[in-house]
Design a protein around this ligand. Sequence first.
Ligand code: NBG
Length: 839
Amino acid sequence: MSHRQATAGPGTDGPDVRTGLDEHSLQRAFLDNLFYLQGRFLELASTNDRFKALAFTVRDRILHRLVATVKAYQRHDPRTVCYLSAEYLPGPHLDNNLLSLGITEASRRALGELGVDLDEIVAHEEEPGLGNGGLGRLAACFMDSLATLEIPAIGYGIRYEFGIFTQVIRDGWQHEVTDTWLRYGSPWEVRRPNIAHDVRIGGTTERYHDEAGRLRVRWNPHEVFRGVAIDTPILGHGVNTVNVLRLWTAEAPEALDFQAFNQGDYYGAVHRKVRSETISKVLYPNDEPEVGKRLRLIQQYFFVTCSLQDMLRILANNGRPVTDFPEKFAVQLNDTHPAIAVAELMRLLVDEHRLAWETAWDVVGRTFAYTNHTLLPEALETWPVPLFESVLPRHLEIIYEINARFLDEVRLRFPYDNELVQRMSLIDESGPRYVRMANLACVGSHAINGVAELHSRLVRENLLPDFHAMWPERFHNKTNGVSPRRFLMLGNPELTALLTRTLGEGWSRDLGRLRELERHADDPAFQSEWRDAKWARKRALADMIRERVGTDVDPNSLFDVMVKRIHEYKRQHLKMLHVLTLYHRIKRDPSANVFPRTCVFGGKAAPGYHMAKRIIKLITAVGETIDRDPDVRGRLKVVFVPNLSVKVAQWIYPAADLSEQISTAGKEASGTGNMKFALNGAVTIGTLDGANVEIREAVGAENFFLFGLSTEEVERTWVDGYDPRTYLGADEELRAVLELLRGGLFTRGDTEILRPLIEHLERHDTYRLFADYASYVQCQDAVERAYRDADGWTRMSILNTARMGRFSSDRTIREYAEQTWNVAPLHVELDAEAGGRGA
Ligand code: NBG
């Protein structure tokens, strides 16, 4: 096939219409797509029509590079990273793809001539909310960095039809509305009906002897359905590499329908189809106990088996034996959600490819690496054995066999320790029996990592000490990072322009270059440009808040921001205790000199997490009361921005002066929002938790507001005993704040609404808010003093950005590539003949 055929479609008069990056080609392509793909012309086109026409224009250019990439991968057959993740939060694709292709301004001009506003089109895109928070967004940043670093990779996951719910605030409370990201279809997806794999569920197993007389196991499933691949291309920034995000959607196999149809069971066939499709229907919100969620286990197995079968297919296509699996693929388990992969690969290799157990186990051990993302005991996945057996009977047998061999090894190494054997067992037998997914992941992986220095140490010392004692060489740290393309360039055009003027082009791919900013930290002219950039973003956020929340915020006030999932360990309510302290000071003395502050909150609560929902109510209730209070209005403001998403967050990070990272020490594995804020020049107030520790080291203690107990001090409160009332007794301001809350002032006299929150704090205070309160308030007073000195604050802001280069996800991915995956970049050239001009 000639390249011309491949690049010039019908109705076009040259290859450039589909591949050209100049203004003219883009304009032609946009109009062509409007006309031939949607049957629309400009005057009648809706915003959605225009969005699609531009998206397809961009997609052509990306598919052009995808083809070049796949050809290169076929020619070189490189070792490939397979990232297994139940969640991805890529954000809207259009803006990022325009940026990666370097055609944002050309597109703006091309559309502008037609009277079409690029920003309006970009704002129209609905993002795939296929994740809960940090873990899913990290996976998306990793996909961005893998492509940008030209590393061959596939991101595997689930194409949920309904992603994370849409949050609406009604009467101050969170309500959940189903997500509709597919309402108009997604222009980025490429459906691959020929890439489909069978998925079996339930049933029984049976022993038999094969032709050679060897004992084998057959799985007779109760149900079979199918996973079909839907690819989303992920283009690297400024390179030609396009990797794919391959998400599986569940379908009924045609064969089954057909059989039922022949037997006259038409409705049965339809029901089976509907049941199959429910598997990839909806994303589970986290923070709720997993136990009993049969569908969730099926989802995990579903995407894992499809992905592993897909890797085996690729291996076979390349003419390589199954034993080459670990040479071809480095498979990363993003938390324990895909940990069933350890047993599934054993099943595929032993039962289907007929490898000997030992050979298969060697393949498995060289293939997988596991990342832990949480220390919260309630978030560690376990499955009740009866449930597990009913869904995956063969896997339970395999897990028993892995366990028997593994525990033999443990007994040999530590012969006198029976309790150790019980702790390390893949099966928890202390009460009702559970399968422990973290233990399975550890046993089946050659590398195990945490996501920040502190977290990795706590994983070694507190979470998995027995595994660390057994295999210290497997444990390591990979501190998280974030994509500077997504979280600096896209969200913060003014700062981006200033950085490019100062540093030259290309800094986002070599983020260490931000350090050169240090030279300008005290330069008044540069400081003034820096403040202008921040001001522009604060004004833009103020506009967004006016539009979405219907309230006015003053860009001259200190923007004090906390956006992340709502969780008690993250302590949004500690921030509220500070807000109430300021409120109390103003009420007590209306002439008190409090610097005007706008406290911006955002984040979703899991639908079943009632305390988190009450925290949202607390925030909105205080916000409303303040707005009604002439003493306080204009000096203190609390806003809750609904429905935090990647898209919304892109407006928020760049506008922040102060970043709130105030979790109880030892609870936040890493945090990545902390990095996004600091990269955009916000100064952090935070505890010594997660990656805060490393951020503080990087930016310098004098440019970071530290408060609160350390992890060790928090641990000591659990050993020595902790009584929140001691703190209450000793702190007059805290007492006053609690009285304010109790009195019903913020809930129009209703004293029941906030009671569970208050009572929990006074009786238990699991997350040690009272212990950290005084230190937090003092620290906030120091923040206020610092903020009054505009030059000093600007200097801190500049130094924060300047020293955040290490928190690019490019750095994280380089570390994984070199230390865990052993993969190398593969440069992709664009075929000149095919009409492309490489970026
Ligand atoms: C989250 C942690 C964050 C961390 C992200 C990404 C889960 C299970 N964990 O602290 O809470 O930044 O993972 O590593 O979502």
